[in-house]
Design a protein around this ligand. Structure first.
Ligand code: SF4
Length: 398
């Protein structure tokens, strides 16, 4: 972690509204990320900020969200914005009129073109009303958290939905007019077998999504799942089984016509997530909502992370965790993110990222010799046969 070039108070010392002003005013983001911090139940693997006891605060949330969006509108140059993503939490847990207000607040910010407007949803929350609200609010893409279709594996994750909700939700969304649907799956859940994973892949493929995200389960520190592992109540799946699951994912999805465009993401041609590409290509994005993380002008920040504190504000959110990485750190991260993309990094960009960083350049040479990295059409990328080693390769380059 680098030393921030501007000295800003940390959260415990009081909210840093000055910092928010300096970061957001005059910025020119490529994208907007909005965070809705409500969930019906806390899944045991999740370390995102969300609250389950919230019914009394959803109207206050929408009121405050509108004020923040209004302040953002007056503070930024929005002429580059092309995408917005509403995540959480579970945005679709909001009552339809409140969800409509949140969506309207986002679209009230003028944009260069609205190329993609994604909302995350949990399958059990997709009622016909919610689907209609999304369409009326300008949403054209929904990312649906399936995670698994095996009830016992969902139980291990403490994920509260019936797998049968997924096809119902997909059907409702399509009938309402959402053309682009992405489905999320998690592999490597304790107790899962290859046969389970094959069934999960079959289930998502049968739903004909445009986009799939398949992540290996991560035991995030501080989550109940990690605690159960620490207490010996569950065991992480064997590395070789997890690797075989990933391998099967790549083979199976390729055979079905999906292109792997990022280490954990596959899409039909032309259906890659434009918003997430902003993250991977080190673009600038603005954050709205409590605990939302943003990145503007080389400065990373997070809006106030506690709902009740955030609700007390009236304009831009105060921010915490402000960090302005050094050029060396930022270049290393850009290299790492760029190599997550299967198309890799253009030679001219790559040269800028390693200039003056002999160790990093040497690490790249080492991986080129081992054929973990390759040059292809003047782009540096992870070799097809080494995608399984991506974590190892990328951490070596940082
Ligand atoms: S629904 Fe999503 S955000 Fe909410 S607790 Fe589960 S994984 Fe986390």
């Amino acid at each position: 972690m680098s030393t921030p070039s501007i000295q800003l108070p940390q959260y415990d010392d009081g909210p840093s509204l000055d910092a928010a002003g300096r970061i957001v005013h005059g910025s020119s983001p490529d994208a907007i990320y909005a965070h809705v911090p409500f969930c019906r139940h806390k899944c045991h693997y999740c370390d995102f900020y969300s609250l389950v006891d919230h019914r009394d605060r959803t109207t206050a949330f929408a009121d405050r969200f509108e004020l923040e969006a209004e302040a953002v509108r007056g503070a930024i140059d929005s002429s580059k914005i092309r995408t917005a993503f509403v995540g959480g939490g579970t945005p679709t847990l909001l009552e339809p009129p409140l969800l409509a207000r949140v969506l309207a607040a986002i679209t009230s910010i003028p944009m260069r073109s609205f190329d993609e407007f994604t909302v995350e949803a949990n399958p059990e929350t997709v009622t016909e009303d919610i689907a209609a609200t999304l369409v009326a609010g300008g949403v054209d893409r929904v990312s649906l958290g399936c995670q698994s279709f095996q009830p016992e594996l969902l139980k291990t994750l403490e994920r509260w939905h019936d797998p049968n909700c997924v096809p119902v939700a997909v059907d409702r969304l399509r009938r309402a007019g959402i053309a682009r649907i992405s489905l999320d799956l998690i592999f490597g859940i304790p107790g899962a077998t290859m046969a389970d994973w094959e069934r999960d892949l079959d289930a998502v493929i049968a739903l004909e999504p445009d986009h799939l995200s398949c992540y290996g389960l991560v035991f995030e520190p501080g989550t109940p799942l990690s605690e159960k592992q620490r207490l010996g109540r569950i065991d992480a799946i064997d590395d070789s089984v997890e690797a075989a699951m990933y391998d099967l994912t790549r083979t199976r999805l390729a055979a079905e016509g999906f292109e792997q465009y990022e280490i954990s993401n596959w899409a039909r041609p032309g259906e890659a997530c434009l918003h997430n590409l902003v993250y991977w290509e080190a673009g600038d994005w603005l954050a709205i909502g409590p605990a939302a993380a943003g990145n503007l002008g080389g400065i990373r920040y997070r809006n106030l992370p506690r709902l009740d504190d955030w609700l007390q504000g009236s304009g831009l959110s105060s921010v915490v965790n402000v960090d302005e990485p050094s050029a060396s750190v930022a270049n290393g991260e850009r290299l790492m993110l760029g190599l997550r993309l299967r198309r890799g990094i253009e030679r001219s960009v790559f040269e800028g990222l390693v200039r003056g960083h002999a160790e990093r350049a040497a690490a790249v040479s080492r991986h080129l010799e081992r054929e973990n990295l390759v040059w292809q059409e003047d782009r540096l990328r992870i070799a097809d046969g080494s995608v399984m080693l991506a974590d190892e390769i990328l951490s070596d380059l940082l």
